[in-house]
Design a protein around this ligand. Structure first.
Ligand SMILES: [Zn+2]
Length: 498
């Protein structure tokens, strides 16, 4: 009897496709993962189904578009079939270790199907997007004086900018700095997650396993575990400098032109986070090799979305747009037949990842999965069918407040060459020719490429029609109910035990 294949799925938060070595990045961010490419498929154009995390994960875990249950529903339905639940039913040992992303938690149904689920969140987790640094906050004498000066700042003219700079520098100098980057980190580093994973792996013996790790090392604020990597061959970065650059990058009073000054250093810190992930992947896979489990292991490494470094004037990854730096992610897939194969450059929607992994493990995907297995396309170097659709709700940076989720949609339809981005309010429709304009700098002017525009609009319309007509109302109601019960338990804790 053929042994069951185990599955190791690693999602790296904020990892954009063009910052890994195997996608052609110039810096050595992923030497270990690069070494796996001779036995893996490297998917050149993997496109997430939404961004950020909360609009991406339903596709990765449950092969479902993020807004399919309605814009007000966040996360997975309480009983929604997922990769984990299917594999658990098939007799797999299942575990998830996530580095403290509040959206990948029990609250949003991510634990479904896992024997062990550790999200490293203690107590109530809040939203991930931080307030931009307001340099006038604080209660010391300088802050009070600053607030007085802020009131007359508009009459200061150019002096106001000089004043802002001086005050920012002052704040940096007077705030105590910890003696290590680690003390500045907000999320557990990859080594902590890998330690837990290795311990769990050694507890499951020879049982086939499904292990999902979600790593936050490249996520902002950018404090890499290893200061030496941040220099990538140069001087290690000091905690003071790392904090300074992060605070500068987070300033609300600066436009793209002045932020540009910190961009290179920020990117170095981000790259160092990626490098640490790579090193820890080496450690994890080495331990699988030592226990003779690597050969029978399907491995997928990808991201929930990318990250912006002023490519289009912005920072981080808030849901305002669906530009390539946010939706194009790396995808390394080691499965049957993946030795040194070329893969089609056509867009691969992440909605297809879960069914592809299941087919690689010779299991059937549940009917609720909206994607389909692309294993054969990968093996035969065929184009993936259809365009890749991504969606999010504009401006929903804090989805813990249900009201924020009801903003207008942003939807993109990505083909190999053309990409259409639809903003629902205020209504805008931008068509890009990614061959002529890979950085999406200038949308084609109407009525250029009228047939292309019509075709992509038709795909968007069909997606929206299906999203409403095929809505699983039972899953929707159950997900809403979970949230109402949670609110109830929070308001009346003494009555919620039953
Ligand atoms: Zn994320």
């Amino acid at each position: 009897m053929a042994t069951k294949k185990s599955i190791l799925l690693v999602t790296v938060d904020c990892l954009r496709a063009d910052h890994v070595g195997f996608m052609g990045y110039g810096r050595p961010t992923t030497p270990f993962l690069d070494s796996l490419t001779s036995t893996s498929f490297v998917v050149p154009t993997a496109i997430v189904a939404g961004a950020p995390t909360y609009y991406s994960l339903p596709a990765i875990l449950a092969s479902r578009f993020p807004l399919a249950l309605g814009r007000d529903v966040l996360g997975l339905g309480p009983d929604e079939p997922t990769l984990a639940s299917v594999l658990k039913e098939a007799g797999y040992a299942t575990a998830s270790f996530g580095a403290g992303n509040p959206y990948l938690s029990r609250r949003f149904g991510c634990e479904h199907g896992f024997d062990v689920f550790n999200d490293f969140l203690e107590g109530e987790a809040g939203p991930i997007f931080e307030e931009k640094t307001n340099i006038a906050s604080g209660n010391g004498w300088a802050s009070r004086l600053n607030r007085k000066l802020q009131r007359i700042r508009s009459s200061m003219g150019p002096l106001g900018i000089v004043y802002d700079e001086l005050y920012f520098e002052f704040c940096q100098r007077v705030t105590p700095v910890p003696d290590s980057l680690d003390a500045l980190r907000r999320f557990p580093a990859a080594n902590v997650i890998v330690d837990h994973a290795c311990k769990w792996l050694s507890s499951v013996g020879d049982s086939p396993f499904f292990l999902w790790l979600h790593l936050m090392d490249p996520h902002s604020p950018y404090y890499p575990k290893d200061a030496a990597f941040a220099g990538m061959g140069q001087e290690p970065v000091t905690p003071y400098r790392a904090r300074y650059v992060n605070s500068y990058w987070n300033r609300s009073d600066l436009g793209p032109r002045r932020l540009q000054r910190a961009r290179d250093e920020i990117v170095s810190l981000y790259d160092a986070g990626v490098r640490w992930v790579d090193q820890q992947m080496a450690r994890l896979i080495e331990s699988l090799r030592r226990s003779n489990r690597w050969d029978d292991c399907i491995f997928a490494l990808t991201a929930d979305h990318g990250e912006e470094f002023i490519d289009h004037g912005g920072r981080y990854h808030p849901p305002f747009q669906l530009t390539e730096e946010l939706i194009h992610v790396p995808l390394l897939l080691r499965a049957r037949g993946s030795e040194k194969r070329e893969v089609s450059k056509s867009p691969f929607s992440m909605i297809h990842l879960a069914p592809t992994l299941l087919e690689a493990a010779r299991l059937t995907a549940p009917a609720s999965f909206q994607g389909r297995s692309c294993l054969r396309h990968l093996e035969r170097e065929e184009d993936f069918d259809g365009a890749a659709i991504s969606e999010c709700v504009a401006g929903c940076t804090n989805p813990f407040h249900a009201a924020n989720r009801m903003g207008p949609r942003v939807l993109s339809v990505r083909e190999s060459r053309y990409k259409l981005v639809l903003h629902f309010h205020p209504a805008a429709e931008d068509l890009y020719d990614l061959e002529a304009d890979p950085k999406e700098q200038s949308p084609l002017v109407s009525p250029e490429q009228k047939p292309v525009r019509r075709r992509l609009l038709e795909i968007a319309r069909e997606h929206l029609r299906r999203s409403i007509e095929q809505r699983d109302c039972r899953a929707r109601v159950r997900a809403r109910l979970r949230e109402v019960q949670l609110e109830w338990a929070r308001s009346f804790p003494q009555h919620s035990e039953a």
